[in-house]
Design a protein around this ligand. Structure first.
Ligand SMILES: [Zn+2]
Length: 299
């Protein structure tokens, strides 16, 4: 074998040996953020992502006296971006058009009407579908959206949609939640602008956290509706936490923030992987839409 042929054979060996790496090498250059993709790259991103897109659902609301009002948006977006870099998908631009009526009394809260938040989410899903997305992964990072996203998800069965909507709760893993709780030092329950949330913003944007100011207001449950033991009401959150602060944010640490991002990103990446592999839910949904047009198959 001549040296030329040998080197040719070697180079073809290299290509085939690294074929998978090279196949990945091109798409690996694809940004995960939708807004950073060119139009032709968007088409490549659709292929690489298995026609999936994540909407990282945040909000703009007060987060205690010490955190930015975009805390939930920044957190969930960072989790999703890290997840998408582990398991490729397209991440929709900043999305914070959710339910936050309970914080309308606090400066900096942007509370859109229920009509608008519904229509905007529906039209966003429809537009993604028109562009070829077939699986939409809604990752909700704001507790006030929980009921909204569940109802929205069920309502997708009302009429035919050419996509399947999957919901992901970043805090859906009890094991991760336990591991995070084990690392906290707060002596009072939290959940909003608390040690965990403060830590994530410290890890992401330390310059936006005013740790000492986290002591300026109470993050304790005011228990003003503790006499209601059999019912719930819309004013309950305001009754308990009028400062829009629940917990002891001043205990935050960069280390805890990093740990959470790492763990939540892993959880969300596993969810993305699951969605990409799933063919059953889309098939069942199509069957359901057909069956729903002719209940019982009698016509
Ligand atoms: Zn929050």
């Amino acid at each position: 074998m001549s040296r030329f042929i040998l080197s040719l054979a070697l180079s073809s060996l290299l290509v085939s040996a690294s074929g998978e790496a090279q196949t990945n090498a091109v798409p690996a250059e694809l940004p995960v953020k939708l807004e950073e993709l060119s139009s032709p790259k968007f088409v490549q991103a659709l292929e690489k992502s298995g026609h999936t897109c994540v909407i990282a659902f945040g909000i703009i609301e007060k987060h205690g006296p010490h955190l930015p009002v975009g805390t939930d948006l920044m957190q969930v977006r960072e989790m999703c971006l890290r997840a998408a870099r582990r398991e490729y998908t397209i991440v929709f631009p900043d999305y914070y058009f959710g339910q936050i009526n309970e914080a309308r009394h606090q400066p900096g809260t942007i509370a859109y009407s229920h009509d608008l938040i519904w229509n905007l989410l529906q039209e966003t899903c429809d537009e993604l579908a028109r562009n070829g997305v077939r699986k939409i992964i809604l990752v909700n990072g704001h507790g006030g959206n929980n009921d909204f996203v569940k109802y929205f998800s069920m309502s997708q069965l009302e009429r035919h949609h050419p996509y399947t909507l999957y919901l992901v709760d970043p805090w859906g893993s009890p094991a991760v939640n336990e591991a995070v709780q084990a690392k906290t030092k707060s002596t009072q329950p939290g959940g909003h602008a608390d040690e965990t949330e403060t830590s994530m913003i410290m890890a992401l944007h330390p310059e936006l956290v005013h740790l000492e100011e986290g002591k300026a207001e109470s993050g304790a449950d005011q228990k003003r509706l503790s006499h209601l033991t059999h019912t719930s009401t819309g004013i309950a959150w305001y009754a308990g936490y009028p400062n829009h602060y629940s917990g002891q944010g001043f205990n935050g640490s960069v280390e805890l923030g990093e740990f959470q991002f790492q763990e939540y990103a892993k959880w969300i990446a596993a969810a993305i992987q699951e969605v990409k592999a799933d063919t059953t839910a889309p098939a069942l949904q199509e069957k359901f839409y057909r069956d729903a047009l002719n209940p019982g198959g009698k016509k």
